[in-house]
Design a protein around this ligand. Structure first.
Ligand SMILES: Nc1ncnc2c1ncn2[C@@H]1O[C@H](COP(=O)(O)OP(=O)(O)OP(=O)(O)O)[C@@H](O)[C@H]1O
Length: 321
């Protein structure tokens, strides 16, 4: 991974270089003194702390999307609940690291719950017996409060989230990140460097606009050495509940996620339909997979989700072998 900070001048030799802080390019750089002292090349102690903290978590998955609003949080909650529903022995945690728009407490129906801090760290909120959630949403005074933080404060919160939540033993930890590739993503990847992340799962709609941004995410993953577990295409088709006709609400003019995955050689995990019942369940905080039959998503949504879950389980098992 590059050791050149974002705010570095042109021709920066990198913080790990022997010339760090001493090259002519370093003159006037705000980091020059730190680099020259050798401090910048020291590993951040948080990396080791996070490795220890997450040592009881078998599979850690980052959920990324290029664009906002493509359903990343919805898909994260569905996958989390879906994995937890496979067996009461499978323990799943969701870390809502979407610091500027934490929506998991609402989607999972635990808005207004309190998190407690004890000697062993923050306890997450339990959505079901084997599905837990930690979100900055729990720490805000009101759900309508806006979080306006600069980079260092956001990075500090990510570090705290990764190092101070007492998850207990988990089979899967899903880390729901903000849209795009920002400082927070880079920080998360750097903090998780020693924690053996299984990989990243990318969420997109079939629209070219969303796919363009997912291409950037895939490039990001490749640059930081993060394995792409696969892509989920969300809101791909709409099946009319009355006449059963199928429509592409977000047309896949360039072949959708399938064509992109073929071209970039990344796995397509599946496609979830546009399903009004999912949107309604998420708004009301009802877990769609536990909803009564009249409000539950249609069979094709369940089948699509099952296929995605099976592929995630297989990809994670593969990465730990
Ligand atoms: N498959 C789907 N069918 C119907 N509605 C959906 C589907 N997926 C997501 N939605 C709805 O789309 C809206 C946006 O979803 P969501 O909040 O999950 O997106 P997001 O990518 O996490 O957004 P952001 O990045 O801005 O937080 C929500 O109202 C959600 O209920």
């Amino acid at each position: 991974m590059s050791s050149v900070p974002d705010n570095a001048p042109q021709h920066c030799p990198g913080t790990q270089s022997e010339d760090a802080g001493k090259a002519s390019a370093c003159a006037g750089c705000p980091n020059q003194n730190i680099c020259a002292s050798g401090e910048a090349s020291q590993p951040d102690p948080a990396v080791e702390l996070i490795k220890q903290r997450l040592s009881n978590v078998k599979h850690k998955i980052l959920i990324l999307s290029g664009k906002g609003g493509v359903g990343k949080s919805t898909v994260t909650s569905l996958i989390g609940h879906g994995l937890a529903s496979m067996s009461p022995d499978i323990n799943v945690g969701i870390l809502d690291a979407d610091i500027c728009g934490p929506s998991q407490p609402r989607v999972l129906g635990v808005r207004g719950e309190q998190v407690h801090n004890s000697g062993s760290g923050w306890s997450p909120v339990y959505v079901t017996d084997n599905l837990s959630l930690m979100s900055i949403g729990f720490l805000l005074g009101s759900p309508d409060d806006a979080v306006i933080w600069r980079g260092p404060k956001k990075n500090g919160m990510i570090k705290q989230f990764l190092s101070e939540v007492d998850w207990g033993d988990l089979d899967y930890l899903l880390i729901d990140t903000p849209p795009g590739t920002s400082d927070e993503h880079l920080s998360a990847v750097q903090y998780l460097a020693q924690a053996q992340v299984s990989g990243a799962l990318l969420v997109t709609t079939p629209q070219e606009l969303s796919l363009l941004d997912v291409r950037k995410e895939i490039d990001f993953c490749r640059k930081v050495g993060l394995r792409v577990l696969g892509v989920v295409e969300n809101m791909s088709l709409f099946v009319c509940p009355n006449c059963k006709s199928r429509s592409e609400i977000f047309p896949a003019t360039s072949g959708g996620a399938a064509a992109m995955c073929r071209e970039l050689r990344v796995p397509l995990l599946g496609a979830l339909p546009l399903e009004p019942r999912l949107a309604r369940a998420c708004d009301s905080g009802e877990l769609p997979l536990s909803a009564p039959a009249a409000a539950a998503p249609a069979a094709n949504t369940h089948d699509a989700l099952r296929e995605i879950l099976d592929k995630i389980v297989a990809a994670c098992e593969n990465s730990s072998n």
